[in-house]
Design a protein around this ligand. Structure first.
Ligand code: FES
Ligand SMILES: [Fe+2]
Length: 354
């Protein structure tokens, strides 16, 4: 079964930090309409995007910010960053219940993370993607909305054999689909690892044009999925015959690309597909940045088109349709299992299969 239940009491990426500013931004996350904005001293705030009076969205014009307050564009109810209403038209008394729900926010690695759930996050922090803000890497990024359930994007990213067919001419070559994967699951930490190491592969345009490598390559794809939201693809590209990484981890013969996705469910049938590509070479080369931005966006849009089609197919199919899974699906199946566990909000210790 494709996962459709949402995992609550988790961190989700709501936006990039650069999207949140002195203009309100509205996003729907796990069916909750959320308003994002920044106080005058630069703090990102997330609160319910529905006025308590007659539900007008505070992200919609003519709602607006005045200093550190949000003024509803319908009748002027005014809220502080703590969600408390501080002004109501034509009366001094402010009803006690006039307050908006606020959401815990962590700004980290260029993302604005919000906590969705009824419990408090406590010490729980979102997983990291440090390359996106590292001076040793250059990053391009974007976000594409998807008219498909988030489980389809999880499936898609955990099985990269589709690169050969769906992304030929960009990142796909025959070796991706031909090379078996290894899958490991850290049940306690709740992380899925999928690796595919190609010793001698054609270099797809995505890497040939960005690195300048002319011949065949050693290509490693090491996936780390931190459900529900963060997906990391550690990509290592080196000319065939280059020495492997040294014991201390240094790897000066290879090019490294960290491909990061944040998979944020919006509604049952729509998803935010945040993508970023960080590289440790040609750091100041704008042409390489432009090329990787355009190429990766094209690749993401190829996935978006395919997954939007799948969503339409699923909407029309009978309830008991049976999928067929094979070896390439072990990562995706492990991810589905962890997501189902999280959606049930069951502690890892009660469901771990060892
Ligand atoms: S709906 Fe916001 S003030 Fe009336
Ligand atoms: Fe893809």
């Amino acid at each position: 079964m494709i996962v459709t239940e949402f995992a609550r009491n988790q961190w989700y990426v709501a936006a990039y930090g650069h999207e949140v500013g002195r203009r309100q931004l509205g996003r729907t996350i796990l069916n909750e309409p959320i308003l994002l904005w920044r106080t005058e001293d630069g703090r990102a705030v997330a609160m319910a995007d529905r006025c308590v009076h007659r539900r007008f969205p505070l992200s919609e014009s003519p709602s607006h910010l005045v200093g550190d307050r949000v003024v509803c564009g319908y009748h002027g109810f005014t809220y502080g960053p703590d969600g408390v209403c501080v002004a109501v038209p034509a009366q001094q008394r402010i009803p006690r219940t006039a307050r908006l729900r606020t959401y815990p926010v962590v700004e980290q690695d260029s993302f604005v993370w919000v906590w969705i759930g009824d419990r408090e996050p406590g010490d729980t922090l979102p997983p990291r993607a440090p390359w996106l803000v590292s001076p040793d890497y250059a990053t391009v990024c974007g976000m594409e909305p998807l008219n498909a359930r988030y489980g389809l994007l999880v499936d898609n990213l955990l099985d990269l054999s589709h690169e050969t067919y769906l992304h030929g001419g960009y990142i796909g070559t025959p070796e991706v689909a031909e090379t078996p994967i290894t899958t490991e699951v850290d049940e306690d930490a709740g992380i899925v690892y999928v690796s595919r190491h190609m010793d001698d592969a054609a270099c797809p345009p995505f890497y040939a044009e960005s690195t300048g490598i002319k011949g065949r390559i050693t290509r490693w794809q090491d996936i780390e999925y931190h459900p529900p939201c963060l997906y990391l693809l550690h990509s290592r590209i080196a000319p065939v015959g280059s020495p492997p990484p040294a014991a201390d981890g240094t790897d000066s013969h290879a090019f490294h690309v960290e491909v990061v996705y944040a998979i944020t469910p919006s509604t049952e049938n729509s998803t935010y597909d945040f993508w970023a590509v960080a590289r440790d070479f040609a750091l100041d080369d704008e042409k390489v940045s432009d090329f990787l931005r355009d190429s990766n966006r094209t690749v993401v849009l190829q996935d978006v088109a395919a997954l939007n089609t799948l969503e339409e197919v699923i909407a029309r199919e009978p309830d008991r349709y049976q999928e067929l899974s094979v070896n390439i699906d072990t990562g995706g199946l492990a991810a589905r299992r962890l997501l189902a566990r999280m959606a049930g909000d069951v502690p890892a210790s009660q469901t771990a299969v060892r």
